[in-house]
Design a protein around this ligand. Sequence first.
Ligand SMILES: [Zn+2]
Length: 447
Amino acid sequence: MVAVALAVVTAGTGGATAVHAGEQGVEGLALRDATASRVANIALPGSAARTAASWCGSVSQSDRTPNAIAGNPVRWVYALPSDGQDRLSSIGDVMQTDAEQIDAWWRAQDPTHVPRNDLAQFSCGLQLDIATVRTLESSAELSLLAGRFAAVFNALNAAGLRSPFAKYVVYFDSAVSDATVCGQGGSDSSGFGLAVVYTQACTGVSTAAVAAHELLHTLGAVPEGAPNECPDEDGGHTCDESSDLMYPSIDDAPLSTKVLDPGRNDYYGHSGAWADAQDSPWLVRLDDQMPFALSVSGPGSVGSDVPGLQCAQSCTTTWNAGTRLALTATPGPGAKLVRWGSACVGAAGCTLAVEPGARLSALFAPASFRLTVAVSGRGAVRSLKTGITCRPRCSATFPSYAPVKLTATATKGWRFRSWSGACRRSKRTCSVPMTKAASVRAVFVRA
Ligand SMILES: [Zn+2]
């Protein structure tokens, strides 16, 4: 039995927030029951022998949108030291296989929930949307556990992979001298979370099991005060059942032999008042998905704070019921948001919850339109706001969707007869809605 090694890691330099800040600490998952002979006989992750599926996507540093499933994503990252050999062509297969294994295992444990892995559509189908990062440090500098998690965190941070809406599953591909800590994971209070799998540690141990374990840490498992929380420990594990995925150490049995909170009494699907990872927004609620219809008109697009919505035209996205979204309108060049409709009003911020029948519209328009006025006969046309005094012809631009009030005044000996164009009646005043460029003619006749 290998001694359980718990590593509490301080991440970040230069004012960066420590990743382990917040309720749940960063800790290591230690290798259990790995004998020297077993280690020698089992292939490294990434070798063909372990690869059941292959990843056929391509790397992208930025999140490809739209995400296949709207909502808080679990993003997958391949990381390597500054001098490491890029083995994504093989590790990518492991990551894809592991993601599929975790997905299948989770559904078997809980048919109503599954992690929302960030997938993108490739010619070969839906695959992990994988980003790659390199640490500043070399493989030699990261061979010891101390500082390794921080180095991975810093590499992600430098690459802009630090969204409070995302959990990052990172496969860190670097030689390690302390091969008995298989992974580390934790979250900060913003929501950002980091689940690291050390691909060259814990030979023979299922990387899918390690990834699932670390991912659960980022979802808040095991919360402080859970009945079977390990004593004399920094927290985050249960000690009642060694088959529990959140046991502090792991053997070389496959993920399928692990149980998600046996008895459902500590961290997942329990009835207690303490935190429950099953409620995490990073899980798709398979039994409670809800469509959200957005219609966009005019030059502009609408995006949401939670990843999954970026629409330049009308679109319908599907979310966990009750998901709260803050929508942002981005007008095209020279345009503005005129107003929201349905779930929001006005043209200021818009937040809503995806509830039954939830719908929203956004109306964009050029910031201003031209109004041209012509006069027949003798008289003048004036706008109430400054801009126009016409005799016999003039034009000016006005803010769009702000009605312009015109008044026709006849010269002595003449009288106003009627409007034509955007104004139609014979009253002396007329309101032009300015929902498009407009022209107006005022006709005066001899009195
Ligand atoms: Zn752990």
